[in-house]
Design a binder for this molecule. Structure first.
Ligand SMILES: *Cc1c(COP(=O)(O)O)cnc(C)c1O
Length: 644
């Protein structure tokens, strides 16, 4: 939940009263991390006396110092040092009002100021200003330093005798909003605080936006049912959709304030956590610079920068970037490139090899090269013929290689499309790089275009930047989406080697690649992807990816011998196993619904594929959150076992 740090332009200017009003208005928790001057009772005690609602909780101070001095002095008197690492925000589902000590530049120790504490706590600011001679100067200086430090300001609460001209000057120069005008001497009881709280909410809708109003819950879910059709959902029997109103890091919040750990990265798209500030900032900047422009005959900076940075990190041999809208379109583009490659070279070939239980998307071309099953059944008469071979899971490698060779003997094969190392939708089915290398070697020898569908596996998911990085031989074409924008917005990319690209260069207009989408290379998507790439490339993300893999490994050993656990497997950040049942592995397996509901109730988003339970978390997930997930999985397994 949101953290609001209440600070002032000096001391004794009504911060505590302002904090009490905010606490009451937002039904927030209150916390004063550093209390100096604890002889006549703490600020926490004062605020407690002023709050009427029953939701707010009051968290203990991190430092409680006796002397009514600047914190660093007060600490020195007691022969101690204030350290930021000892000041950790309390865990709460409510918004948190944090009251500072003194102004922004007040030192906490030899190196840190209150400003550093605000950064450390990742909080937004409400500034309290008071009307006195010199207060315009003090207020505007506070505003400038907040801007310089890139701290988001919710607005200003003015205190004292009204001085409208002064307030206007401050608002005009700072650009911040006035939240409220108070006279803090008058605030002595709960009634006045309640009145101010009401006025505050009326003045400032933005303050309120994060606070779900009671009753909105059912309303939103019901309206959803009335107006919306959801993906992969039998609307007649489905539970009401859970309204999510906010996301932060690996956590999603519904409209009742219930939290869910997103253990599957919201359908495999999220890499760095929800609403990541770096991505938000870059997209928001792009939004007010250039939201979109036609991409035929025109280009723009984020598209060029993204293409060049992608080619830097992609496996060797990729030379050109073609933009589209999502994973399915990235696959369509790849298939069309491959087929037209052969048409353009005057030796048409039109058969494609794919793995039998693969998934490449939901559009017709993508469906045609995906598993023929319940999802695609109504469309079978319209899907083009594909040569399917078995997935070379451990122990079956030779059979797949033989089937591949057989397909070459029987058909004019244009391309081979595959999910490298992990078949996601099939149920996180995994196979080894060695056999993929053998298949790629055959492609190379026979001029078959190898299309790596890295829509799910890209950007660190499998432990390396791309799953293709595990192999010696590289694909001709690569499809990307999902994590491309860090999970922020829809965007697809198909990259190819110069061999492919060059086959479309001609004086003959008919050799043009006639494919494009209205939103090709949307600048906002490119900006999100660039921001995500910054994060993916950081050493910290690499460490996080490794840490998740290590944690998964330890957990695997814990459940390996459980009688209901079968086929445990791991690749990078993806862990999967099957729950042994009589009814086999099927999407419609009833274990699936039971597991899904069990975990949702525990505040964990896990969406089993049939009887396959898998974890595919955002890289920012905390060890503590992983441990919660692991222990709930164990609880579920034990519950199943005791029922059996
Ligand atoms: C999800 C997925 C797709 C389809 O992507 P969409 O953006 O959902 O259309 C294609 N290939 C693979 C491997 C996928 O996991």
């Amino acid at each position: 939940m949101e953290r609001i740090f209440v600070t002032g332009i000096g001391t004794e200017i009504g911060k505590t009263v302002a904090a009490a009003i905010l606490t009451e208005a937002l039904q927030a928790d209150y916390w004063k991390p550093v209390q100096a001057g604890d002889v006549e009772g703490s600020d926490t005690e004062t605020v407690k006396q002023l709050i009427s609602n029953t939701v707010s909780r009051f968290h203990p101070e991190a430092y409680k110092l006796k002397a009514p001095l600047s914190p660093h002095d007060a600490a020195q008197r007691e022969h101690t040092q204030i350290e930021l690492k000892n000041i950790q925000a309390p865990k709460t589902e409510n918004p948190l009002i944090i009251e500072g000590a003194g102004g922004l530049m007040v030192p906490l120790n030899d190196t840190d100021l209150i400003l550093d504490l605000i950064h450390h706590l990742d909080a937004k600011v409400v500034l309290v200003s008071q009307n006195y001679l010199g207060s315009i100067n003090h207020t505007l200086m506070s505003c400038e330093i907040l801007k310089a430090r890139n701290i988001e300001v919710k607005g200003i609460i003015f205190n004292g005798d009204p001085y409208p001209q002064g307030e206007e000057i401050i608002l005009k120069h700072s650009g911040y909003k006035r939240l409220l005008h108070i006279q803090h001497e008058q605030v002595v009881d709960k009634t006045t605080v309640k009145r101010y709280a009401k006025e505050l909410l009326k003045n400032s809708a933005t303050l309120r936006s994060d606070v779900p109003s009671p009753g909105m819950v059912t309303d939103l879910a019901r309206k959803d049912k009335q107006f919306v059709w959801h993906p992969y959902t039998q609307m007649q029997t489905a539970d009401l959709a859970i309204p999510i109103v906010r996301g932060e890091k690996a956590m999603l919040y519904d409209d009742k304030g219930k939290r869910y750990i997103d253990a599957i990265s919201s359908w495999w798209v999220n890499l760095h956590g929800h609403s990541h500030p770096h991505i938000a900032q870059r997209v928001s900047k792009q939004l007010s610079t250039l939201e979109h422009v036609i991409f035929a005959g025109f280009t723009h900076p984020p598209a060029v920068e993204l293409a060049s940075r992608l080619l830097d990190v992609l496996p060797d041999g990729q030379e050109k970037v073609f933009y589209s809208d999502n994973g399915s379109t990235a696959v369509e583009v790849a298939l069309k490139m491959a087929i037209q490659f052969w048409a353009n070279t005057g030796k048409p070939r039109n058969k494609i090899i794919a793995f039998k239980n693969s998934y490449h998307g939901d559009t017709f071309g993508a469906m045609s090269v995906s598993e023929r099953g319940a999802f695609t059944q109504p469309f079978h008469p319209l899907l083009f013929e594909t040569v399917f071979i078995d997935t070379p899971v451990p122990g079956k490698e030779e059979e797949t290689l033989a089937q591949f060779q057989d397909a070459l003997d029987k058909h004019q094969i244009a391309a081979f499309i595959y999910e490298p190392l992990v078949l996601g939708t099939a149920g996180m089915v995994m196979y080894e790089p060695e056999v993929l290398d053998k298949l790629l070697a055959i492609c190379l020898k026979n001029g078959i275009i190898a299309i790596a569908d890295e829509v799910m596996t890209g950007f660190g998911r499998t432990g390396k930047h791309f799953a293709s990085d595990y192999c010696v031989h590289k694909p001709d074409v690569i499809c990307l989406s999902k994590g491309l924008t860090g999970g922020t917005m829809a965007m697809g990319v198909t990259t190819c080697s110069s061999k492919i690209y060059d086959a479309f260069l001609s004086d003959d207009k008919k050799k043009t690649f006639f494919h494009g989408h209205s939103y090709t290379a949307n600048p906002l998507g490119c900006a999100a992807a660039l921001a995500s790439l910054d994060l993916v490339s950081s050493g910290e993300t690499q460490q996080r990816i490794e840490r998740i893999g290590e944690a998964h490994k330890t957990f695997m050993e814990e459940i390996r011998l459980h009688p209901l656990v079968a086929n445990l497997r791991l690749r990078g950040t993806i862990l999967a196993f099957e729950i042994s049942t009589d009814s086999g592995t099927s999407y419609f397996n009833s274990i699936r619904d039971r597991a899904y509901r069990f975990f949702i109730e525990k505040g964990i988003l896990i969406r089993p594929l049939g009887n396959v339970i898998y974890l595919l978390p955002p890289y920012c997930i905390e060890t503590e959150q992983l441990n919660t997930i692991y222990s709930e999985i164990k609880a579920f397994l034990n519950q199943l076992q005791s029922d059996a």
